[in-house]
Design a protein around this ligand. Structure first.
Ligand code: MGD
Ligand code: MGD
Ligand code: SF4
Ligand code: MO
Length: 747
């Protein structure tokens, strides 16, 4: 099918001929403008849009290229099915899957194309027969945080109402779950940032811990630069000196896993020197005594012995942060994606609470959200234990309210399911037999991914809805065409908690349904159409707002027209007259009983795997500026992938020397779960015993074959940031050596 039919003349252009939408990638959700460019390959050129207030009129390289993958010739444009090779072991299946990825044939099992309508009929039939055989809970749904609020809401409702299953979760479990749990515990509510970005320049002291903003939210940097211009002190805490730490006055380099300990040192100084905000702590918090006791053993000297950060620096930062009346702490996945991620986050929250740096302009705590809709994705019932409005699925009142909005009997509403990674365990246990994945590529993005491959091979039905034949789709029985961000109308909620409207700017290619309509069409075939008959995306949003009424993430005062007029409304927004809530916790008022925030006494604990003589180094994983997550979109964008065609392991020159690495050598990394070879970059900017590898690739280049699947006991966040590895030199293969050298060798 000629994909270019997507473009000509299809745009719903504004009066000035410019088409305004938003970049599909990170949580900044910068405004973009598509401008007609008849000579260009797509017919459009992408430019920053000055209209949306968040992105300061800039785009990063991913933003400029964000339209590229939607036009890629590999886009899936028809439904495809394939019959499973039941005789293969999962290891063989894995090899087959990789051959498929590499363009080789899964010959006996080649894809057959089918009209979408027929595909949906057959999938519905198969779901019904599996549920008849194994019960309603045998089918699960796995969603993603890049999708609109409307779609996240629909996927949760679809699972509970159309499938009647308890098993739904999403990739945000790998992303924001530790920060979400910590904010719930401390503040009683979870919004990424408790303040608008425009307040950052008012801060006088900014701590950036485990967040590489310069590569991950590049258009946030101007806010930090403006604060710096106003003489703010900036501190970065990371095992690497990143692009972000270039703007820091102080960089605290520590090995992964040590944030709780380091902050214990800061709190020790603040409490023992009585630098804390006594009035704020007395009126607005609880738990001071426990925390005073907990930090006693952690003098700067003791903390320094383990972390290597000098006692002087610990004292300087503690006194500096306690001494300001405008201090901000931002954290991200660096310290959150750990089995102690909730505790690390709670420590940084303690730091803000004890110093009274919260609830006023220029101060506060924030966990920088990651995906396009990383915030909204966690509010509308796409989580295993959650109903819309950030309600608990175990709360009888919440169940009654949402059931009323949905028009169902609360007794029929399923209970709590399990977290994203645990869904794969349920498949291996034989409890889950079928899965629908929409908006994620978990073979690349899950920890210990060989186990995920084993699980997906065992399913009796896997339906993947994606733009591309991803590494995950290689295990699918059905691959259905997904719609791109340009082809679906909806709202998203950015890192500030600002809900904004994203228009549909092109119709989907012929034969493709927008994702929301696809889900409703499947619900109809499952005999539940009456619960999913929406006239428009706005109709879904209005229902979402009603379902959220009275919940923590209350959108009930919002409407498409209000959101459009104001360039976004901040939640909570509980009535049509409410202006929205850019600044949370004003005057020290928190969402916990009695309005007080909770301080948490944290005893630093070790990670699931510590280095030992067999696995002496720590592997940590993360991102590069020009790729996005599992890479299925950015690896298909030549302008981005040419700058980083393969993952490269970042190691300290001292480690390179210890391993005897010569220029051109590769490095073999081996964890308890697997072993892979990588190209090497020597960098003095990384801790000498830590190795960093980005995770944006699949197959033999996928670092998640090595990562640990230890989960946090509450948030169920995997420990992506720490696993113990061995490192060895791989000399170039003999075939890589010039012919003369080989001859010399044989002489
Ligand atoms: N270019 C790009 N941008 C993105 C994304 C992308 O894939 N590519 N993804 C988006 C998404 S979904 C997310 S969640 C965000 C993620 O944004 P970030 O969390 O900022 O990104 P990461 O690279 O995962 O990790 C950040 C830093 O944590 C450090 N780190 C590792 N271990 C520790 C530790 O124990 N303590 C501390 N203090 N630091 C540690 C790493 O060295 C790294 O520099 O980015 C979003 N933006
Ligand atoms: N080792 C390691 N692993 C990690 C992390 C780490 O730091 N280290 N970080 C984790 C984090 S924070 C995250 S958020 C996850 C994310 O990891 P994934 O969930 O795998 O994220 P994506 O690559 O964005 O996958 C989205 C998929 O949906 C498709 N898609 C995009 N938009 C749409 C749409 O509108 N409709 C449909 N139908 N499909 C769409 C894309 O083509 C892509 O295949 O990775 C996690 N994995
Ligand atoms: S900063 Fe994020 S939203 Fe903005 S252009 Fe870059 S990837 Fe897109
Ligand atoms: Mo994320």
């Amino acid at each position: 099918m000629p994909h270019m039919s997507l473009i000509p003349g299809a745009a719903l252009s504004g009066q000035d001929g410019r088409v305004r939408t938003h970049c599909c990638f990170c949580s900044m959700q910068c405004g973009i403008e598509l401008q007609a460019s008849p000579g260009g390959s797509s017919g459009y050129e992408v430019k920053p849009s000055p209209d949306f207030p968040v992105a300061t009129g800039r785009l990063c390289q991913k933003g400029f290229n964000s339209m590229n993958h939607t036009l890629h010739p590999e886009r899936v444009l028809t439904a495809r099915r394939r019959h499973r090779l039941h005789l293969l072991s999962w290891e063989d299946n894995l090899i087959q899957a990789e051959q498929t990825q590499a363009g080789g044939a899964w010959e006996k099992n080649a894809w057959e194309e089918a009209p979408l309508e027929k595909a949906l009929d057959e999938i519905a039939e198969r779901i019904q027969s599996l549920q008849k055989q194994y019960g309603r809970d045998c089918i699960s749904v796995y969603g993603g945080g890049s999708l609109t609020n409307e779609l996240c809401y629909l996927l949760g409702k679809f699972t509970r109402v159309a499938l009647g299953s308890r098993y739904v979760d999403y990739n945000g479990r790998y992303c924001m779950s530790s920060a979400a749990a910590a904010q719930q515990l401390a503040f009683g509510i979870d919004r990424g940032l408790s303040f608008p970005l425009e307040d950052i320049p008012k801060a006088k002291y900014i701590i950036l811990a485990g967040t590489n903003i310069a590569e991950c939210q590049p258009t946030l940097m101007p806010y930090l630069m403006e604060a710096k211009k106003q003489k703010a002190v900036i501190v970065t805490i990371d095992p690497r000196r990143t692009l972000t730490s270039k703007i820091a006055d102080i960089h605290m380099e520590l090995q992964p896993g040590h944030d709780s300990l380091l902050v214990s040192g800061l709190l020790h100084v603040i409490l023992l020197e009585e630098l804390y905000d006594k009035a704020f702590v007395a009126s607005h918090t609880e738990g001071l005594e426990e925390i005073q006791k907990a930090v006693l053993p952690f003098s700067p000297e003791r903390v320094s012995e383990i972390t290597g950060v000098s006692p002087d620096i610990i004292r300087t930062v503690a006194r500096g942060f306690a001494g300001t009346d405008a201090g901000i702490v931002l954290t991200a996945r660096g310290l959150e994606q750990q089995v102690n991620g909730v505790e690390h986050t709670l420590q940084y929250i303690n730091l803000c609470l004890l110093t009274g740096n919260i609830g006023r302009p220029g101060s506060g705590f924030g966990s920088v959200t990651g995906q396009a809709n990383g915030q909204g994705g966690r509010e509308h019932g796409l989580k295993a234990d959650q109903l819309p409005g950030y309600r608990s699925i175990e709360d009888p009142e919440a169940r009654a309210h949402v059931s009323r909005v949905w028009g169902i009997d609360p007794a029929k509403l399923p209970g709590k399911g399990v977290s994203a990674y645990e869904l794969f365990g349920k498949i291996l246990d034989g409890d889950i037999k079928a899965m629908i994945i929409l908006g994620s590529n978990p073979i690349v993005s899950s920890p210990n991914s060989s186990r995920v491959a084993e699980a997906l091979s065992k399913l009796e039905l896997l339906v993947v809805v994606d733009l591309f034949e991803t590494e995950t789709a290689a295990y699918a029985d059905w691959l259905l065409p997904g719609s791109s961000f340009l082809e679906v109308e909806g709202t998203l909620t950015n890192l500030e908690g600002r809900v904004f409207h994203r228009p549909q700017v092109f119709p989907p290619p012929p034969g493709i349904l927008p994702d929301d309509k696809l889900i409703c069409a499947l619900a109809e075939r499952l005999g539940k159409g009456r619960y999913f008959s929406y006239a428009s995306s706005e109709d879904i949003f209005d229902e979402l707002c009603r379902a959220s009424a009275g919940g923590k993430a209350d959108y009930s005062g919002m409407s498409y027209s209000r959101i459009r007029e104001s360039h976004g409304l901040f939640w909570p927004c509980p009535s049509g007259e409410h202006p929205g809530t850019p600044q949370m916790f004003e005057g020290g008022s928190f969402a916990r009983p009695g309005g007080r925030a909770r301080l948490h006494a944290i005893i630093p604990e070790p990670p699931a795997e510590s280095p030992d003589s067999d696995y002496p180094y720590i592997l940590t994983t993360g991102r590069l500026g020009n790729h996005y997550l599992s890479g299925s979109q950015t690896r298909r964008t030549p302008a981005l992938t040419k700058k980083a065609p393969v993952p490269v392991a970042e190691i300290h020159p001292t480690l390179a020397e210890t391993l005897g690495l010569e220029p051109g050598d590769k490095i073999r990394l081996t964890s308890r779960r697997g072993s892979l070879a990588f190209d090497v970059k020597r960098s003095p900017a990384i801790h000498p015993k830590t190795i960093f590898v980005p995770f944006h690739w699949g197959g033999e280049l996928s670092i998640n074959r090595l990562t640990s699947d230890a989960l946090h006991p509450i948030s169920r966040m995997p420990e992506f940031k720490i696993c113990a590895v061995r490192a060895e030199r791989i000399a170039p293969a003999i075939t890589d050596v010039p012919e003369k050298a080989v001859n010399d060798l044989h002489a």
